[in-house]
Design a binder for this molecule. Structure first.
Ligand SMILES: Cc1cc2nc3c(=O)[nH]c(=O)nc-3n(C[C@H](O)[C@H](O)[C@H](O)COP(=O)(O)OP(=O)(O)OC[C@H]3O[C@@H](n4cnc5c(N)ncnc54)[C@H](O)[C@@H]3O)c2cc1C
Length: 322
């Protein structure tokens, strides 16, 4: 019984979350003594699809069809269910990103499969797997009771290793037509050059302590030097200093990067809810009593306008000497 991995893609390139799902699927398949197979929906080059072998997929079913270039949860669920049937997979791994969160519940109904959203461990020998709950404040183990299972893999939960292999690419007829799509994409505006916040390994975030939008240059420069995405607290986007898609927290985007740098952010519980699963949190604040310091791995008490430029210089110097 192979493990099936849904490869979420954009513009013919697998998303980082899909590479993690592939590696997770391969690791799980190896433990079960079977293989991990991918299902890739949408136009992409054969090299791109075969390169998923690097992450442990032995084979990828590829519906190389423009019909799938834009995501629709209803049509995609039908296609992935067909792939599960074709491969006999009883476990399907789905990246727990925007598309995966829409796809997995529909797939769960189609396959009559139990679904664990946002898992961040592999199942143990008893089939139990863990996930964060209560906005990352607690941890819970789940066990799927149905024969088939769907695991929604939380981003940055697993350290991916490449193996240099290439996957067999098999043409896949998903049995889906335009009539299966419940929605049609009318217009898409892609923000050029930005690292998507949910996929970023490093995030530089700032709050009201920055005083105004004209001061964001140091945040953008630090982010650029660190190859990081930029984010902000909610009031900052509410008052229009930064775009809404940068707002992190309970009512905004949840991020889980390896490094989260918070500049001039107090650390309210609603903000922490969206960032406290970051691996390392660095807080820069001029108030030593700021609540964020309690959650921080590293804290710098100081004025952002002194500390951040010095940090930029240090990062530049480090990069120049390495
Ligand atoms: C229902 C609800 C949902 C919410 N959802 C969210 C959410 O999703 N995300 C979110 O972020 N907030 C959310 N909030 C708002 C949240 O409660 C806080 O009000 C908000 O996070 C505070 O933003 P801030 O830290 O940027 O600003 P402030 O609270 O004003 O803090 C600014 C910080 O900057 C520091 N500072 C000032 N000057 C400097 C300087 N020169 N150098 C260094 N530090 C300096 C100050 O010491 C202070 O700690 C929500 C609130 C509610 C009620």
């Amino acid at each position: 019984m192979s493990v099936l991995v849904y490869i979420d893609q954009a513009n013919g390139a697998a998303k980082k979350a899909s590479l993690e799902a592939a590696f997770y699927g391969k690791t799980l398949a190896a433990a079960k003594g079977t293989e991990a197979i991918g299902v890739y929906l949408g136009e992409a080059s054969a090299d791109e699809v075969a390169s998923l072998g690097n992450y442990g997929l032995s084979k990828v079913l590829h519906a190389n069809d423009a019909l799938f270039n834009n995501f629709d949860s209803k049509a995609f669920a039908k296609a992935v269910a067909a792939a599960a049937e074709q491969t006999g997979a009883q476990t399907v791994i789905v990246p727990f990103n925007q598309n995966g969160k829409q796809l997995a519940p529909r797939l769960s109904v189609r396959l009559q499969a139990g679904y664990v959203p946002g898992a961040n461990t592999l199942p143990n020998d008893s089939g139990e797997l863990g996930k964060s709950v209560f906005s990352g404040k607690a941890y819970a183990d789940f066990k799927v009771q149905t024969t088939k299972q769907i695991i929604g893999l939380s981003a940055n939960s697993i350290q991916v290793e490449k193996n240099g292999d290439s996957a067999d690419v098999e043409s896949f007829n998903a049995g889906v037509s335009a009539a299966d799509f419940a929605t049609t994409l009318i217009k898409k505006e892609v923000l050029e050059g930005e690292i998507p916040l949910t996929e970023a390994e490093r995030v530089v975030s700032a709050g009201r302590g920055l005083k105004g939008p004209e001061n964001w240059g140091i945040i953008e420069e630090l982010a650029k030097e660190l190859s990081a995405a930029t984010a902000c607290s909610r009031p900052v986007s509410d008052i229009g200093w930064r775009p809404h898609h940068e707002h992190v927290g309970q009512t905004g985007v949840t991020v889980k990067p390896n490094l989260y740098i918070a500049v001039g952010i107090s650390g309210a519980i609603q903000h922490l809810a969206g960032v406290n699963q970051s691996k390392v949190m660095v807080v820069i604040n001029n108030d030593p009593e700021a609540p964020f310091f309690k959650a921080a791995d590293y804290g710098i008490v100081g004025d952002a306008f002194d500390v951040v430029p010095k940090l930029i210089e240090e990062v530049k110097a480090f990069k120049a000497s390495n």
